[in-house]
Ligand binder design. Structure first.
Ligand SMILES: Nc1ncnc2c1ncn2[C@@H]1O[C@H](COP(=O)(O)OP(=O)(O)OP(=O)(O)O)[C@@H](O)[C@H]1O
Ligand SMILES: [Mg+2]
Length: 720
């Protein structure tokens, strides 16, 4: 549309028609020559005007010829100010001072006053106050006549053609066809130039508009694509922009949130929301960050409220950004939990270690006392009680130690039933207090597998705790059944943990192994238990899955591969009780050296070996042991692992070096099965060891094994 309007130059051709007609009608050759010059000039002005937007400058070069054809001494072209251009002028034959007078004479306003007349303003018209200095200046410079021809488009003043002559009586208004045509041509040219400029401006505006609307769209898309919930508030706290993420969380749409306060939207979503900190952010003009629990919005959010400023740098409101930090919070809790556990672990392992030594004495001596023939029934009964209570203490210490263990996963031949029993023992008290009955249906012929007992204990513990929680929360009591069996056709040991709790819905069944999936209240469950269990079982080459129907309880099935490869070889403790006469035969006439810094441990060993025809030497440290080993020839060395001055490890290396025939006849006694250093030493050197506290049978079993192996020339393996 605008471009069509620009195409006004064909109008110039119509304006030129009278001149062409005049040329044709001119009879004399001289006049025809002058008319041809006029025609040529008009044509050039027209074509100059067509290509230029700086019209005054473009017409300037033709001004001399215009003045010559009109027989004028001086003149100029003035252009009025247009939409985006300042007024401009170009003059010939006028001094700068006179030009300044013309500019200051306000001739345009005089011409406006004369509307609708298109008549020129002549010298005699320059009588009004503003024009009088011009008149005097014209007179002072010898100009006799002056004319200001307005150039119009309709009533709009576009500019003026100014003519001045020094000739006395010279015509100042030669209203020839040429002049009238020239005025039309100039007016049309200026008008068309204006329209071209306007069109260019309009085009530029349209382009800018497109750019702005594109960037606005991009901004809005980005705003809505943000995962964080964002709302922009005015000074009063009302929302005037909100993104899709926030609307989605509040189950509404962004337009419905506009004009509302935080309290309104959060209340309508039935969320308990602490008072909005909008005003605090405005008053302090600082960023406020806080963590809020917003269960209705799906978790824990870190809310940042910052002031924002308009383009004049004036405080305009606040921006709220809510970031879902639920996962981070859970991980944080998990980290705190694991740090807490590790600190507890350190403490436990220290205490357990200290308890092991006296416990060895209590267990050992009570057992020894029981073997005496001169005891009455009551004393024997009391001793039995002491022994069984000490055994209970030993189990507690072992459980504590297996929890406190901080070492990388390890593989050892394991009896799944033992691990299950240990785990149940750990929960026994809690389960009993919570009215949960436990039924253990363990296959006593269960094959073994290679596993990390500690990790498996974690798995069983989580499954049992989950069942416990489910049964308690649904009916405050329950029955937990734990079965183990071997499925030899698939080569698996199968453990089933069944409860009579509420069961698991079909939808949840597919999610329970996902990390962070939990139906427990905030702070009660991290939802990591089953996902960790899944990882552990998979690492063991096994399988874990759940079977359940809502209302009918749940069964967790754990399958582990049966691994029989030289299974029994791996164990230093044979399954069968040692035959008493075999032990006696083996130790007959043997000489044993026992090294321990605790006298009661030495006494205990002496008591164990007293009935047998053998020689037993005891020493309190490694150095004394070296002396004895130099003096005598021994069949077996039993040594404590941790001793002051020279420890068991150093003694081992000395024996290996100086008495190498004894290197597979060393039995270590240790109260420290937790430390990674101790364990790695035993594994590395395939050294058999007895973990304190131990029973008399344990001592006999392991000694029998060592002596048999040594005598058969076989290599000893580590104790299980
Ligand atoms: N025996 C069960 N009966 C019913 N639902 C169960 C049972 N065991 C697990 N679940 C469901 O599986 C979810 C995930 O269990 P998972 O052990 O991974 O995490 P959690 O117990 O919620 O938290 P955590 O173990 O970290 O304390 C539980 O929240 C619960 O909904
Ligand atoms: Mg759990």
């Amino acid at each position: 549309m605008i471009l069509e309007q620009v195409n006004v130059l064909p109008g110039l051709a119509a304006a030129l028609l009278p001149v062409m007609a005049a040329i044709a009608a001119t009879a004399s050759a001289r006049k025809r020559g002058a008319a041809a010059r006029e025609w040529s000039l008009l044509r050039r002005v027209t074509s100059t005007a067509r290509g230029s937007e700086e019209l005054a400058a473009a017409i300037g070069p033709h001004l001399d010829e215009i003045l010559s054809l009109l027989k004028m001494d001086a003149g100029g072209i003035r252009l009025a100010a247009a939409a985006d251009t300042a007024p401009s002028a170009t003059y010939r034959g006028l001094s700068a001072r006179l030009a300044a007078h013309i500019d200051g004479a306000q001739l345009e306003s005089l011409a406006e006053q004369r509307l609708p007349s298109n008549d020129p303003i002549l010298l005699q018209d320059l009588g009004h106050a503003a024009a009088r200095p011009l008149r005097r200046a014209l007179a002072a410079t010898g100009f006799q006549s002056f004319a200001f021809y307005p150039l119009r488009s309709g009533v709009r003043l576009l500019g003026a053609l100014i003519l001045a002559s020094r000739k006395v009586g010279g015509k100042t208004a030669p209203r020839s066809e040429f002049l009238l045509t020239l005025l039309d041509v100039l007016a049309l040219a200026i008008d068309s130039a204006h329209q071209r400029v306007q069109a260019a401006i309009a085009l530029e505006n349209a382009r800018l508009f497109q750019v702005v609307s594109r960037s606005q769209k991009e901004w809005e898309t980005t705003f809505d694509a943000m995962q964080d919930c964002v709302s922009v508030h005015d000074m009063t706290g009302k929302i005037f922009r909100a993104n899709v993420a926030l609307a989605r969380r509040l189950k509404t749409t962004p337009p419905k949130m506009i004009g509302k306060y935080c309290a309104e939207i959060y209340n309508s979503a039935q969320l308990t929301f602490s008072p909005c900190r909008h005003m605090d952010a405005l008053q302090s003009e600082t960023l406020i960050v806080e963590e809020l629990e917003l269960p209705g919005m799906g978790g824990t959010f870190q809310l940042s409220i910052s002031p924002w400023y308009d383009k004049n740098n004036r405080l305009a409101g606040s921006i709220h950004v809510a970031k879902d930090v639920s996962n981070e919070k859970l991980l944080r809790q998990q980290l705190i939990q694991s740090e807490k556990l590790s600190a507890i672990g350190e403490l436990i392992s220290g205490i357990a270690h200290e308890l092991n030594n006296p416990l060895t004495g209590v267990m050992g001596f009570s057992q020894l006392l029981q073997q005496r023939k001169d005891l009455d029934e009551r004393a024997r009964d009391s001793l039995l009680k002491i022994n069984s209570l000490a055994l209970r203490c030993q189990k507690i210490v072992q459980n504590l130690l297996s929890f406190a263990r901080k070492q990388k996963p390890e593989r050892a031949l394991s009896n799944i039933n033992d691990i299950l029993e240990r785990t149940v023992e750990l929960r026994n008290y809690e389960l009993a207090v919570n009215n949960i009955k436990i039924v253990l249906e363990l296959d006593r012929d269960l094959p073994r597998t290679i596993a990390d007992g500690h990790q498996l204990q974690q798995v069983f513990l989580n499954v049992i705790t989950n069942a416990e929680h489910a049964m308690l929360s649904s009916h405050g009591r329950g029955c937990l059944t734990i079965r183990s069996c071997a499925d030899r056709s698939s080569g698996h040991i199968v453990v089933e943990v069944s409860d009579d709790g509420p069961g698991i819905t079909e939808t949840n069944l597919s999610k329970i192994f996902d990390p962070f999936f939990t139906t427990k209240d905030v702070g009660k469950g991290t939802g990591l238990g089953l996902s960790l269990s899944y990882g552990i079982i998979k690492e063991h080459g096994g399988n874990i899955y759940a079977k359940s129907r809502p209302g009918e309880g749940a069964t967790f099935v754990i399958e582990l591969p049966i691994i029989t490869t030289s299974a029994d070889d791996l164990s230093i403790f044979p399954q069968l009780q040692p035959q008493a006469h075999q032990f006696e035969k083996l130790v007959h006439d043997k000489r044993i050296l026992i090294v321990d810094d605790e006298q009661y441990i030495l006494d205990f060993f002496l008591e164990i070996f007293r009935p047998y025809p053998m020689t037993v030497d005891t020493v309190g440290d490694g150095r004394a042991a070296m002396g004895k080993l130099v003096e005598n020839d021994y069949d077996l060395v039993i040594t404590d692992f941790k001793m002051p001055q020279m420890n068991g490890q150093e003694l081992y290396h000395w024996i290996k070096d100086k008495r190498s025939h004894l290197s597979n006849r060393i039995l270590f006694v240790t109260g420290d099965t937790v430390s990674a250093e101790t364990r790695s030493f035993f594994e590395q050197h395939c050294s058999p060891y007895l973990a304190k506290p131990f029973k008399i049978e344990d001592v006999k079993e392991v000694i029998q094994q060592i002596l048999e192996n040594a005598e058969a020339g076989a290599t000893s393996r580590p104790a299980d």
